[in-house]
Design a protein around this ligand. Structure first.
Ligand SMILES: Nc1ncnc2c1ncn2[C@@H]1O[C@H](COP(=O)(O)OP(=O)(O)OP(=O)(O)O)[C@@H](O)[C@H]1O
Ligand SMILES: [Mg+2]
Length: 267
């Protein structure tokens, strides 16, 4: 388990901290999704977990061992694809394995396995520029999976996709999650996406960034068990929760007052 304990981050020269007293557990095999307004510190949080950034206070640990930098057990997919355009799809997916010193045949076999998992088995020899945006995202995902990390960290991996491709990719991610059994940590701006994918949905509040709530959900598990996506997304419980979270994001103070049973103060 990855544990963040009372973490604070203050960037040099900044007046106030970006994250303050933030505690969160990421469990193996679970799909943790973070949602929150732009600038509230989501990418900062991912950078802490990935080990690219050290906290100013508090601690980040894996199985009680402090995180001191990036590690192969945490695979990262960045928001903008960072594929190597001069290499083929298969070479891109095998990139991390080459760095790890695996022999050619072994790493190409592994690459093909993960291309199949992400539905790209027919594109192994294609050039990166021949792929659509959604296919590139899948290559990035296959590349992160190929080194067999324990956790996948995804920063808005579907943000640049059109609505239709995005729905397909959500289903794809759930299949990868179910098949691989990996722990996933993902950032998104879409409430519907967060609800559909998350087993643990974390709402971050801004200025300073902190955890407002963590909800345990089972919509994604229902999809993984065979229920059609549209039937889940039109379920009244799904729709009700979507509206509730949108309200919390759009009108944070009023939502908190409603939760506390307080009347709106007269103007
Ligand atoms: N390297 C940095 N140096 C100084 N300030 C930074 C740095 N990185 C981020 N910040 C500031 O920290 C705050 C949070 O940034 P972060 O990128 O974590 O937000 P975010 O929630 O991921 O936003 P978005 O949804 O727009 O991607 C912002 O105000 C940003 O300007
Ligand atoms: Mg961000």
């Amino acid at each position: 388990m990855i544990r963040l304990q009372s973490v604070g981050v203050r960037y040099p020269g900044a007046v106030r901290p970006v994250l303050h007293d933030l505690s969160l557990d990421l469990h193996d095999g679970r799909f943790t999704v973070v949602i929150g307004e732009s600038g509230c510190g989501k990418t900062t949080l991912l950078n802490l977990i990935a080990g690219f950034l050290a906290p100013s206070s508090g601690s980040v640990s894996i199985d009680s061992v402090p995180v001191s930098g990036p590690g192969a057990e945490r695979g990262v997919v960045f928001q903008n694809d960072t594929l190597l355009p001069w290499q083929t799809v298969q070479e891109n997916v095998a990139f991390g394995l080459r760095l790890a010193g695996q022999p050619l045949q072994q790493r190409h076999a592994k690459a093909r396995e993960y291309l199949a998992l992400t539905g790209l088995q027919d594109y192994a020899d294609a050039a990166i520029w021949e792929l659509s945006g959604g296919m590139r995202q899948r290559v990035s995902l296959a590349r992160a999976l190929a080194v067999d990390p324990r956790f996948l960290l995804l920063d808005e991996p579907l943000g640049a996709l059109d609505a239709l491709t995005r729905e397909h990719m959500q289903e794809h991610l759930l299949q990868v999650w179910k098949t691989s059994g990996k722990g996933i940590f993902m950032i998104t701006h879409s409430v519907e996406e967060a609800l559909f994918l998350a087993t643990d949905l974390v709402l971050l509040r801004a200025r300073p960034g902190r955890v407002e709530s963590v909800r345990q959900l089972e919509f994604g598990a229902r999809f993984a068990a065979g229920e059609p996506a549209r039937s889940i997304k039109s379920d009244p419980r799904f729709v009700g929760m979507r509206e509730e979270i949108l309200e919390q994001l759009l009108h944070p103070r009023q939502a908190a007052r409603n939760d506390a049973g307080l009347e709106e103060a007269p103007a």
